[in-house]
Design a protein around this ligand. Structure first.
Ligand code: G1P
Length: 169
């Protein structure tokens, strides 16, 4: 029933620790890895952290989109003001959520009572939206190359990129 529902099924494994979510269709290449960059930001800020990247304005309806506190930047980390799943119009920015999150286990409290929304799915984004009204949630502009392996184009490009790296060795 959607990403939010999938995460809720893992609640019994998490207990009261912060935890990482990696959506495998977003392949991000860098060293340190995107998730390690987010873990470092979590340790610096002691709050949930969501990976962000810029997307063209006409693609905002494909992603979770955030608005940030402009003055809150410490390095690549920004305080989130709001987040909305796949806005049809009036996207608050062109900063999109990538499939990398470090979330406080408090997220389960918000997930438990959610109704399905966009695409008739239980959206993790909706739970994050509720959580950021009660506690700090940061967005982090990660460094690295991203391939959207949920599209044929992105998947083929990822294979080509990694194959070239191997052949260049
Ligand atoms: C999911 C999230 C969305 C995020 C995206 C990143 O959407 O719901 O907020 O921007 O992953 O890949 P999906 O791609 O599963 O539709």
């Amino acid at each position: 029933n959607g990403l939010g529902d999938a995460i809720l099924h893992a609640e019994h494994l998490i207990k009261d620790e912060a935890f990482a979510i990696i959506l495998a269709d977003d392949l991000i290449i860098n060293n340190p890895s995107c998730i390690n960059q987010l873990i470092a930001a979590y340790e610096d800020n002691q709050s949930s952290v969501i990976g962000l990247n810029e997307v063209p304005k006409n693609e905002t309806e494909k992603y979770g989109i955030v608005s940030i506190e402009e003055s809150s930047s410490t390095s690549n980390a920004f305080l989130l003001k709001d987040i909305i799943e796949k806005p049809k119009n009036n996207a608050p920015s062109n900063l999109a959520v990538v499939g990398r999150y470090i979330l406080s286990s408090k997220i389960f409290k918000y997930l438990r009572n959610l109704e399905p929304s966009v695409g008739n799915e239980v959206q993790l984004t909706d739970a994050i939206r509720l959580m950021l009204k009660d506690e700090k949630v940061m967005g982090y502009m990660y460094e690295g190359i991203k391939f959207d392996c949920g599209s044929k184009h992105g998947y083929v490009n990822a294979i080509r990129h990694l194959a070239e790296e191997i052949f260049d060795e």
